[in-house]
Design a protein around this ligand. Structure first.
Ligand code: ASP
Length: 587
């Protein structure tokens, strides 16, 4: 009997319904146990494992196996002996008595133990990623990712979207990050840029009349990396014509209601919405985690003439806000100092604390404010007995960023995030532009093709900072899953937007001339969104690094430890490209 590969059962799927069946199995040896006259072997594939038994004449064959050998066996599925069932294993009630064995490939001892629980360092795992991916938990992440992509494609197909591939070798696209450049051999001295997103192409597909576009698109941004960032990542990229904000929000919610149930998460219908300004005031973040309280309270009005100079000055020049940690009055001096250290990298000098305890109130500001003054602050923040009020003052940007970060830090530290809860929400009404003190100019909060709210558009020149964008972000548990906007579809408005960003006619023509040109030939109102596939799968799998849901990710320094990319190239390759490489120290 030769079975076709496609008919062979998976190791991890055998069950009582297969009892008595003769099966052919293939996979990797996971563990061998010799019981004298009996050899047990676990055979593993990506679905799980099943126990093989070598007995009688086959014992000698079983004894030869080791490590991660690759096997093909034939045998009969039978019930495990009385009391031998393993309830922790999907195949725990059955085993396969081996009648025939073929050793397909002998394996050396791997550099780390291939089990779900591993203490191998991430570097070692990344260097031998193919062994790391043999671990069932990692394989499950890849399978989940595949399911999400498959369901996403089904959903958009049903909604009559068309998947279109856009170029990888292109020219600089405007998401505000650094480009990866690829030198051109045929046009020496010229470079392609890898796309930071397919933004302009998906807009041009609307000018083309496609109407509904989707792409599981690879994007490239040469940025400093973190746990939830990679130099190349995948977006579910969407654009549609004749739509308003509402249409894109409903479309996205519909997608999430299709994919999140794959892991038992049921998103709400509809998603709550929060305006950007509210999100910042209440949570100190434009991607608020609303699964716990610790909301920010306004303390500015209490500060004028309060007697504590630091607060008076902060309120006069900026903002003073705080948050209450319930039960936090029990925090030690050392723990409070640690909080001050935590906020320093965010630009604050420290945190001022106020406690209400059975003995009364306490604060380093008590001398200046007096007992009644301290009470006033605690009352304004509704801090009850046993509570701690933490206060930060200074420039608005700093105060909000510091308290936003502190809020999340405290929630984690004090275990305030309810297990199993997931909060989806939209953040809307973003500002169109953001002022950079450093560069003395405005930047687009989203990107330069985002439309201003029509009622604000006439302030684009006179009061640009007050113009709102027709942009939206979708957030889950404090993680931004994606964002998009309704686009500018009027060439005159697009030019005014470029001007507001300090991009003059000439530069606009050089960088985006093809878009402006296209806008002359009939451009429908359109808008879209891009969703971070890696982050979505990461959250669905309950993980906190996107590297664990990417088959071959890079380290935080952008290196691939397995292939040793990036790597030097042959001088002849460079000369073909017309490039001369000189190290800095060579002058
Ligand atoms: N291109 C945008 C991004 O990558 C998303 C969008 O506006 O659709 O963030």
């Amino acid at each position: 009997m030769t079975v076709s590969a496609w008919e062979r059962p998976w190791c991890g799927r055998l069950s009582r319904t297969d009892l008595g069946r003769e099966v052919e199995l293939v996979g990797w040896l996971r563990r061998r146990r010799d019981l004298g006259g009996l050899v047990f072997v676990d055979l593993r594939d990506r679905t799980g494992l099943v126990q093989l038994v070598f007995e009688d004449a086959m014992v000698g064959e079983g004894e030869k196996l080791s490590g991660q050998d690759v096997l093909r066996v034939r045998g009969v599925v039978r019930e495990r002996a009385e009391g031998q069932a393993n309830p922790d294993l999907a195949t725990g009630e059955v085993e396969v008595r081996v009648d025939e064995l073929e050793l397909l490939s002998e394996a050396e001892t791997p550099p780390f133990v291939i089990e779900d629980d591993t203490n191998a360092s991430e570097d070692l795992r990344l260097s031998y990623r193919y062994l790391d991916l043999r671990r069932p938990v990692m394989a499950a992440n890849l399978v989940l990712r595949h399911r999400v992509v498959a369901e996403t494609r089904r959903y958009f197909d049903e909604m009559e979207f068309v998947e279109v591939e856009t170029p990888i070798l292109t020219r600089s696209t405007p998401e505000g990050a650094r480009d990866f450049l690829v030198p051109s051999r045929l046009h020496k001295g010229s470079f392609y840029a890898l796309p930071q997103s397919p933004q302009l192409f998906k807009q041009l597909l609307q000018v083309a009349g496609l109407g509904r576009y989707v792409q599981i698109a690879r994007c490239f941004r040469d940025e400093d990396l973190r746990a939830d960032r990679q130099p190349e990542f995948t977006q579910i990229d969407v654009e549609a014509s004749f739509v308003r904000e509402e249409d894109i929000l409903l479309l996205t919610e519909g997608l999430f209601r299709r994919i999140f149930p794959l892991v038992g998460i049921e998103p709400p219908d509809p998603f709550p919405r929060l305006q950007y300004a509210q999100a910042m005031e209440r949570f100190g973040s434009d991607r608020p985690d609303t699964r716990f309280g610790l909301e920010l309270v306004e303390l500015g009005p209490l500060c004028a003439g309060c007697g504590f100079r630091v607060l008076e000055a902060a309120a006069a020049e900026g903002r003073v806000k705080g948050l209450v940690l319930p039960g936090g009055a029990a925090l030690s001096r050392k723990q409070l100092d640690a909080l001050s250290d935590f906020v320093k990298p965010y630009g604050a000098a420290g945190v001022l604390w106020f406690k209400r305890t059975a003995e009364g109130v306490a604060s380093p500001a008590k001398k200046a404010l007096g007992e009644a003054g301290v009470e006033r602050f605690l009352d304004a923040a509704a801090a009850g007995p046993g509570d701690l009020l933490l206060v930060v003052g200074g420039a608005e940007k700093v105060v909000l960023a510091v308290l936003g970060a502190l809020r999340v830090h405290l929630a984690r530290q004090h275990d305030l995030i309810p297990e199993g809860r997931h909060d989806f929400l939209w953040v809307t009404d973003f500002p169109l532009l953001e002022w950079s003190d450093e560069d003395g100019r405005f930047y687009a909060c989203h990107h330069p093709f985002t439309a201003p709210r029509p009622e604000d558009a006439d302030r684009l020149e006179s009061d640009p900072a007050t113009v709102h964008a027709r942009a939206y972000d979708v957030v889950l548990d404090g993680v931004e899953l994606g964002g998009g906007s309704i686009r500018i579809n009027n060439p005159a408005l697009q030019r005014r937007m470029f001007a507001a960003l300090g991009i003059d006619e000439e530069e606009a023509k050089a960088r985006f001339g093809f878009l402006l040109e296209a806008f002359r030939y009939g451009v429908p109102p359109h808008g879209g969104i891009a969703l971070g596939l890696d982050r979505i799968v990461m959250l669905m799998a309950g993980l906190d690094s996107i590297r664990d849901v990417i088959a071959f990710p890079k380290t935080t320094s952008g290196a691939c430890l397995m292939t040793a990319a990036p790597a030097g190239v042959n001088p002849s390759q460079l000369s073909e490209l017309g490039i001369e490489s000189r190290r800095k120290d060579e002058g």
